[in-house]
Design a protein around this ligand. Structure first.
Ligand SMILES: CC(C)(COP(=O)(O)OP(=O)(O)OC[C@H]1O[C@@H](n2cnc3c(N)ncnc32)[C@H](O)[C@@H]1OP(=O)(O)O)[C@@H](O)C(=O)NCCC(=O)NCCS
Length: 218
């Protein structure tokens, strides 16, 4: 992959279905049989937390093969002081183009844009393998946790500006943009708009379970 092989640009309305289909291809059977990320993207775009200026697609071979999205979230310290931050995701690269460095360029491109918009911290849930090379660290390293001092192993923090987090305890308050995904009937109805695909078990689902249930206690 070199710089002339791809274009990174903002998502437009004309891209919506292509991006949803891409997400479906990338996430299908990955965490659970089937997936809901295409529906998540669909509803996220009209949620108040969605950051349109950071919704980018990556084109290669004259099609969209990568997508990244961000929403607004916040951290709150023990005195109730709040800090606006970004939550990243979904991020996806078409299975035929994975492990070639495309997510790296999408992340680096959007980190720069996020800084230009005034953000200095990005938080997301994910498999650390995909993110540590991009400078993400365990939430524990930055003292970022959920209420109740819960430090999930999959809660990853990327600091865009040195010193953005000063060591005090921050509670992470995600937005509720993914709430509609709890409506499994709505997800199934939306999925009918796409070509049929078989739901199946695969080992990555167990990996996802382990990552998403693991909490750092020491
Ligand atoms: C996770 C995902 C976005 C990564 O995108 P990608 O374009 O394949 O990733 P990249 O090629 O940019 O590599 C990212 C990192 O993966 C690892 N990696 C790269 N090539 C690898 C290989 N051959 N084997 C194992 N790991 C590899 C490295 O850590 C790499 O960073 P580095 O090369 O700078 O060290 C993509 O695989 C995907 O869409 N997966 C399905 C959906 C998903 O899981 N999304 C993330 C959760 S929101």
């Amino acid at each position: 992959m070199n710089k002339n092989d791809y274009i990174i640009r903002l998502e437009t309305e004309n891209d919506y279905r292509e991006v949803e289909n891409l997400a479906r291809e990338a996430f299908w059977n990955l965490s659970v049989p089937g997936c809901d990320e295409h529906y998540f993207i669909h509803v996220m775009r009209s949620h108040e937390a969605f950051v349109r200026e950071l919704g980018f697609v990556l084109e290669a071979d004259e099609k969209i093969i990568g997508s990244i999205m961000y929403t607004k979230a916040k951290l709150a310290d023990e005195n109730g002081t709040e800090k606006p931050i970004l939550s990243m995701g979904p991020l996806c690269i078409h299975p035929d183009y994975q492990r070639k460095g495309y997510s790296k360029v999408l992340l680096e491109h959007t980190f720069k844009k996020a800084m230009e918009l005034g953000y200095d911290t990005v938080v997301n849930f994910g498999n650390p393998d995909n993110y540590v090379a991009r400078g993400y660290k365990s939430c524990k390293k930055y003292n970022v946790c959920f209420e109740g001092d819960v430090f999930p192993a999959a809660l990853l923090v990327k600091v865009l500006k040195d010193g953005a987090l000063d060591g005090r305890k921050w509670f992470y308050h995600p937005n509720n943009a993914d709430e509609p995904c709890g409506d499994t009937e709505a997800v199934a109805e939306f999925d009918k708009l796409f070509p049929p695909k078989e739901k199946a078990w695969q080992p990555s689902q167990e990996e996802f379970y382990i990552h998403s249930h693991y909490v750092i206690n020491w």
